[in-house]
Ligand binder design. Structure first.
Ligand SMILES: Cc1cc2nc3c(=O)[nH]c(=O)nc-3n(C[C@H](O)[C@H](O)[C@H](O)COP(=O)(O)OP(=O)(O)OC[C@H]3O[C@@H](n4cnc5c(N)ncnc54)[C@H](O)[C@@H]3O)c2cc1C
Length: 485
């Protein structure tokens, strides 16, 4: 008896859903025939990997790079033949904007934490009192408490309020467009609590992390693809195979059938033996309502923050006004801008000529009011803030790209929430979730989560194979099965 192909539907064509579909369409050797369909609501694949044309240039409007420390995105690029096209930022220096001053991050630091007492005491961004309080990190006993806590609580306990607010918080919370008072240490930067536990101090922990990176001659922190991350999306799309992709069609409902699931897609319906939801958590929550109310409830409690990216292209002759660095972050304040990337410095291109090309981020958890403003008002405010530190004058062209409910917030207790969700999903075999809402917001995290979901789908379908079915080429099945774990 030959097994019929198992139908897998992946819902959502962001980087996580693309990674799931890509892995499922690779020949795995266990011979289980799969019929994979990727359904994406938008006409465009890639989700938050997206570009906009501004001033005649295609500029990243969502993510602009991925971390190298987590190898999954780099490895995927290599696998897709993009290795030669990997590029790294032209600079690794970054600033903190304190009032109208740009202060470079300490020369040696890790996650923004100065990597030694002299780095800390010399850092001019803190008042003398702030520096002395932060120095107390080297003397204070480690916390005896275990378990999760807000990022701000850990940083303030170790380094004091000023350093937490001005130096470390903006960088770490900024990655999540988050509020350090609510973000979970364990779900975002568990390294920090490990530093406290193992070294009794964040400054000593940062020093050890830097020494380790130096000894390993660590690669640059970030990388991207020459020509933009859209090329990664294109390569994935090509490898999955366009006939398997239904773009511009939204899944509106998922129902349970005796032997699987039915999905309402556009005006029709599609049957599936397994479904992977790679949508934002609030959409996964909605789709799960009928089939697993408990998982739906857990997913529905993951908060999202809206953000916007403002892209600005300045006239020829402005490029030199940007310092040779990647940009700056802004401590939580009344400022509209939360961070700024100097695109023409970080990712220089010949076509920019001598133009300054800048992208600013607007909106973070706890301060999303500025997003209610019309585009022209957002641009005017961002420009005014930029001019106070850089005097760039009026841009030639600009655009506001809004990302509504785009950044999942890993609030304290997030890991427990994800565990409860996983447990709840066990009662609906064949249903899986993947994406930025669960085990990391970065591209590399999403690729890892997508690949892991694909492994679980294969395992499930192999285990759920009808008794007596013979899968061609499945001779070494236990070994093969191990490989998909
Ligand atoms: C402005 C910005 C800058 C960022 N910068 C970086 C960076 O530099 N580096 C980095 O590593 N990360 C960055 N991130 C984070 C990272 O880009 C995202 O976390 C990641 O791309 C999310 O991928 P995803 O596949 O989980 O979700 P998404 O990209 O949100 O994809 C989900 C997809 O599901 C689709 N969908 C939703 N509902 C349905 C439905 N019912 N039916 C069918 N399809 C549906 C959506 O249309 C969407 O395409 C940034 C994020 C933002 C917003």
């Amino acid at each position: 008896m030959v097994t019929r192909a198992r139908r897998v539907v992946v819902v959502g064509g962001g980087i996580a859903g693309l990674a799931v579909a890509y892995r499922l369409t690779r020949p795995e050797g266990n011979g289980l025939p799969l019929e994979v369909t990727l359904v994406e609501a938008s006409e465009r694949l890639g989700g938050k990997l997206s570009s906009s044309r501004v001033g005649g240039f295609d500029l990243e409007a969502g993510a602009d790079s991925f971390v190298v420390r987590k190898p999954e995105a780099v490895d995927l690029c290599r696998e897709l033949g993009l290795e030669e096209d990997l590029v790294v930022p032209a600079s690794s220096t970054a600033f903190v904007r304190i009032g109208d001053r740009l202060v470079p991050f300490p020369r040696r630091s890790s996650f923004g934490v100065p990597a030694g007492p002299s780095e800390l005491l010399r850092w001019p961004g803190l008042s003398l009192r702030g520096r002395l309080r932060a120095f107390g990190d080297l003397l204070r006993p480690r916390s005896q408490k275990h378990g999760d806590e807000p990022l701000a609580a850990l940083l303030e306990r170790r380094l004091g309020k000023e350093a937490a607010h001005v130096l470390v918080g903006p960088l770490l919370a900024g990655i999540h467009a988050g509020d350090a008072a609510r973000l979970s240490v364990q779900a975002t930067f568990p390294e920090l609590s490990a530093w406290e536990r193992e070294h009794g101090s964040l400054v000593r922990g940062a020093g050890a992390a830097r020494r380790k990176a130096d000894a390993e001659r660590a690669a640059p922190l970030f990388a991207s693809v020459w020509g933009g991350l859209g090329r990664l999306v294109d390569e994935l799309t090509g490898a999955i195979g366009p006939p398997r992709i239904r773009a511009g069609e939204r899944v509106s409902r998922i129902g349970r059938e005796a032997l699987g699931f039915t999905l309402d897609v556009g005006t029709g319906s599609v049957g599936a033996d397994a479904v992977v939801l790679a949508t934002p958590a609030f959409e996964a929550s909605r789709l799960l309502r009928e089939v697993n109310s408990e998982a739906s409830r857990e997913l529905g409690t993951i908060r999202y923050t809206s953000t916007a990216v403002v892209l600005l292209v300045y006239p020829e002759g402005t490029g030199e006004r940007l310092p040779a660095a990647t940009g700056y972050v802004v401590p939580a304040s009344s400022s509209v801008t939360t961070a700024c990337t100097w695109v023409s410095r970080k990712w220089p291109r010949e076509e920019f000529g001598d133009r300054a090309v800048v992208r600013c981020y607007v909106g973070r958890s706890g301060s999303e009011e500025s997003l209610a403003l019309p585009d022209n008002e957002i641009v005017a405010r961002v420009r005014a803030e930029l001019d106070r530190v850089l005097s760039l004058g009026p841009p030639e062209d600009s655009a506001v790209v809004r990302w509504e409910r785009s950044m999942p917030q890993y609030d304290v207790g997030h890991l427990d929430r994800v565990r409860r969700m996983d447990e709840a999903l066990e009662s609906t075999p064949g249903l899986f979730v993947a994406g930025s809402a669960y085990r990391g917001v970065g591209i590399a995290d999403c690729v890892r989560d997508g690949s892991s979901a694909a492994g679980r789908v294969r395992r499930y379908l192999l285990d759920a194979r009808p008794a007596g079915a013979v899968v061609p080429g499945a001779g070494a099945s236990s070994e093969e099965r191990e490989r998909t774990r």
